[in-house]
Design a protein around this ligand. Sequence first.
Ligand SMILES: *[C@@H]1O[C@H](CO)[C@@H](O)[C@H](O)[C@H]1NC(C)=O
Ligand SMILES: *[C@@H]1O[C@H](CO)[C@@H](O)[C@H](O)[C@H]1NC(C)=O
Ligand SMILES: *[C@@H]1O[C@H](CO)[C@@H](O)[C@H](O)[C@H]1NC(C)=O
Length: 230
Amino acid sequence: MPEAGYQVPAAARWLGSGLLGIALLLFPWSLALEVSVGKATTITAVNGSDVLLPCTFSTCMGFENLHFWWTFNSTEEYKNLLDGTVKNEKSEPKIRSNIDPRIELAGSVKEKKNNISILIHFLEFSDKGKYTCRVKNPKEKNAQHEATISLIVVEKLVEVDNTVTIIIVSVVGGLIGFLIVFMLIKKFITFIIKKTQEKKKECLVNSSGNDNTENGMAGSKAEQKATPKL
Ligand SMILES: *[C@@H]1O[C@H](CO)[C@@H](O)[C@H](O)[C@H]1NC(C)=O
Ligand SMILES: *[C@@H]1O[C@H](CO)[C@@H](O)[C@H](O)[C@H]1NC(C)=O
Ligand SMILES: *[C@@H]1O[C@H](CO)[C@@H](O)[C@H](O)[C@H]1NC(C)=O
């Protein structure tokens, strides 16, 4: 019996590693390195402020002399921003060139963070555009990976209009409140009706009981009257 319990996970594991093996054979580099800018693909920031453009990479096969660089693409221009290398998992990224003093490499590769985010100081309206972080790993035949993030620079952040949400919440809340009150009233009315019916029943029982006792008493009286006669 316990054998049956072990057979299924073992089979699943074999199937899983088999599929992974096939995937690795068919797409050897697709699983090797990934570049990510996180969930948000658009960042909105206020001019004059500092903004962090996140980028991390993950690799399951390790890296050596990894090359990374950031590019900027706007309607006006396309340029390389910052460029550097990371020797291995144990070393910090080294910047080779950085054309903009307002840009700073943030994050670290140590502790498996693989973080090559950049920080832009004193945002200007002309910073609006697409920022792409790119990674090239010689260990995987120099395959290149990239992720893009859009930056929007605004004069001031507009507060999110919550009116619709508030209306929906109020309506739903109101409906739930109404339902609760309705249920309470229904319960109360049912209770009253039940009580009135019980009272009516009690009256009926009482009156019939009275009737019975009267009859019985009358009958017994008659009997009682009859007994002394004997
Ligand atoms: C942002 O830009 C506006 C318009 O150019 C300007 O008035 C404002 O001072 C700027 N804010 C900062 C923090 O630089
Ligand atoms: C820059 O962005 C535009 C618009 O998305 C695109 O057509 C163009 O190919 C990009 N340039 C480069 C060099 O990637
Ligand atoms: C990358 O490093 C920056 C600066 O230290 C940090 O703010 C950010 O959260 C890090 N991102 C990740 C995904 O760890």
